[in-house]
Ligand binder design. Structure first.
Ligand code: NAD
Length: 349
């Protein structure tokens, strides 16, 4: 494993902070990629890493991704991310979350946290007892920005999928458009309901078969196996479960015209963007299409906004994707590379 300096994902991070608290057993890494546009903002992941070195790779990639995502969403926020290294039993205690809150506070506002995989709104309330640099807290008034980001993320992806279908297939309605959805949790499930209401024909797969069966009954979706969902013939493949699912083999097997979904870090390697491009598959860069949630928690943190303003900003996602696809086609460069270049310009790199 390389040292931090030579780590392939280091990318001149401004801060990489290791936090350890013997009393509570907290082990965490907080990475701040860039504060060029504002405080490094991004969620905290609670995950059991079998190899601890994977935690560093994860936090560095996710933190840089947040710099790009926040910049492309037009937010005055930089990029950062936290990971708490869960033990094998995945025990998460209030004392551990308190120690984590203190570690965030010690960074003096360079990092602002929120929920990510394995962290709940209640966990954030615990963290917020130790520091003000927290977002994603429960809102008492539904007209305020903030709270669960999932439905906002789902709405942004829904708008992005519609834009992709218009762009690639020239269809202005989703009626009869075939969409294969991998993962029907908070984001994928919300997306499925919005698409079904528009008349889209859905195929879904989730490791939680009961959840998928329930959603299939509600939306008229057909269930596929976990291995088939990336191979079924459809117009759109929408990944909403894991990252790194688009690789040489899976891209060769795709049977769709569009890939547009909410999972973070969908491309296993940077050259997978070229593979999608070479196959003529329109790709919606993940951090552009899935920005609805961070727009929600970002505006909550900035304390300046309503749910109406959040939705108005999410309405800009299709236009941003269109601009990327047009540049991609004009220059003959994959959309993911165009988005990265635009994001890096915005953060002064
Ligand atoms: P979630 O945990 O609610 O849902 C994920 C779903 O994927 C679960 O139902 C799970 O059973 C399923 N799943 C896991 N592995 C699978 C597999 N191999 N095949 C099929 N299904 C599988 O999480 P979520 O909040 O819906 O997030 C989904 C993705 O979107 C994640 O990659 C997350 O990082 C990303 N994302 C979420 C948000 C948000 O606001 N929640 C914002 C941006 C990006």
């Amino acid at each position: 494993m390389p040292s931090l300096w030579s780590h392939p994902d280091y990318d001149a991070h401004e801060t990489v902070h290791y936090a350890h608290d013997i009393g509570s057993g907290l082990s965490a890494i907080i990475a701040v990629h860039s504060t060029h546009l504002g405080p490094g903002t991004g969620g905290t992941r609670f995950w059991h890493y079998v190899d601890k070195n994977d935690a560093l790779t994860d936090v560095l990639r996710l933190s840089r991704g947040m710099s790009y995502k926040n910049a492309m969403a037009g937010l005055p926020l930089g990029g950062g991310k936290g990971v708490i290294l869960a033990g094998e039993a995945r025990a998460k205690t209030p004392a551990m979350l308190s120690a984590y809150g203190q570690a965030i506070d010690a960074l003096g506002g360079r990092y602002v946290t929120a929920e990510d995989v394995g962290i709940t709104t209640a966990d954030m309330v615990q963290v917020a007892r130790q520091t003000n640099y927290v977002s994603g807290l429960p809102q008492s008034d539904a007209s305020e920005a903030g709270g669960d980001p999932g439905p906002f993320t789902a709405r942004g992806i829904y708008l992005g999928v519609r834009a992709a279908v218009r762009h690639k297939l020239g269809r202005s309605s989703m009626d009869g458009v075939r969409v294969a959805i991998q993962g029907v949790g908070s984001v994928g499930g919300g997306l499925a309901r919005l698409l079904a209401a528009d008349g889209a024909k859905l195929t879904i797969a989730d490791i939680d078969r009961d959840k998928a069966a329930e959603l299939a009954a509600e939306t008229g979706a057909v269930q596929a196996s976990l291995s088939d969902i990336m191979r079924v013939e459809a117009d759109v493949f929408s990944p909403n479960a894991l990252g790194a699912i688009l690789d040489e083999v899976s891209i060769a097997n795709l049977n769709v015209a569009v890939v547009a979904g909410g999972a973070n870090n969908q491309l296993a390697r940077p050259d997978d963007a070229q593979r999608l491009f070479d196959r003529g598959i329109l790709y919606a860069p993940d951090y552009v299409i899935n920005a609805g949630g961070v727009i929600n928690i970002g505006l909550e943190y900035l304390g300046e906004s309503s749910a109406e303003e959040v939705n108005a900003r999410i309405d800009n996602i299709p236009g941003r994707l269109e601009a990327i696809w047009r540049r991609s086609e004009a220059e003959g460069v994959p959309s993911a590379n165009v988005a990265d270049r635009m994001a890096r310009e915005l953060i002064g790199r």
